[in-house]
Design a protein around this ligand. Structure first.
Ligand code: OOG
Ligand code: NI
Length: 270
């Protein structure tokens, strides 16, 4: 890793954050409530995409490799028809990266047709710039199509409305002054009016799998579809506490069974 790609990475995350809080106003409130004036260290940032060229996981990965990141884990989500990888950096102040992709060919011909039309609208040259990762949508879908996607895949529907952006940032509870447990973080959030994702329990994972995670339910934001405007779930904030796998060494991976539930933070509230 060179110093220059690390500083490029820091500017990238600043721009990514500025874009993220536009559709996730509660993220700034999370920082106020938990940060109380000091900086928040993020454990990881998550991205979503489709397994279709030129925007598949492998294509997006190149941007992180150029910043000095390396791949260190593969995950499969059979029911949601997704796969994912995570990336790490030798600079401990940089967040890990979790990127998933939807296995489009496993869905109905109707879903496949909508998604292929969306991806066809993307300028291939745009994908080669790191800014692509927070470029949003490159297509027009109707609210009717959004609802059609929603029937088969909440993930596909979310992608159709928001496209390429940070799906969530994640507070590193290990590096959060004043809190030693994820329970105490969750309690503070609930006392401050946040709704937590309870799918699979408020806390997903345990010290046995070296990772505990919780998340807010996504904010709701107004999206202009081709036929009408609608208020739908956008992005959320996650909280992670990692445990040692060896003396002085925290686990750096993810836990598929927990991740499976974290994905549901963009579901409509029931
Ligand atoms: C990713 C969900 C998984 C984690 O930390 O396990 C995840 C997503 O919702 O896109 O972020
Ligand atoms: Ni996450």
């Amino acid at each position: 890793m060179s110093a220059s790609n690390s500083s490029a990475a820091h500017s990238f995350f600043e721009a990514l954050w500025a874009d993220y809080i536009k559709r996730t106003p509660s993220a700034s409130k999370v920082h106020e409530v938990l940060g109380e004036g000091h900086d928040i260290i993020n454990d990881h940032v998550a991205f979503r995409t489709f397994n279709i060229a030129p925007v598949n996981l492998a294509a997006l990965t190149g941007h992180f490799e150029a910043m000095g990141y390396f791949a260190n884990g593969d995950y499969a989500f059979e029911q949601k028809k997704l796969r994912a990888k995570h990336f790490e950096h030798s600079d401990p102040t940089l967040p890990k990266i979790f990127i998933s992709e939807l296995l489009v060919e496993e869905f109905s011909p109707e879903l496949q047709a909508i998604v292929h039309d969306m991806v066809a609208g993307i300028d291939v040259n745009a994908v080669t710039k790191p800014e692509f990762l927070y470029s949003g949508t490159h297509w027009q879908v109707s609210h009717k199509q959004y609802e059609q996607l929603l029937e088969e895949s909440e993930y596909a529907a979310w992608m159709s409305a928001f496209g390429f952006c940070a799906n969530h940032f994640t507070v590193s509870v290990n590096e959060l002054p004043g809190y030693s447990t994820l329970e105490s973080v969750n309690q503070k959030l609930k006392d401050s009016g946040f709704t937590l994702n309870t799918s699979g329990g408020e806390i997903k994972g345990s010290p046995d799998v070296f990772l505990e995670q919780s998340s807010t339910m996504a904010d709701h934001t107004s999206v202009q579809f081709s036929d009408r405007e609608a208020v739908i779930p956008s992005c959320f904030y996650e909280f992670a506490k990692r445990y040692e796998i060896a003396e002085g060494k925290l686990y750096t991976g993810f836990v598929a069974a927990s991740a499976d539930k974290i994905f549901e933070s963009t579901n409509a509230k029931k």
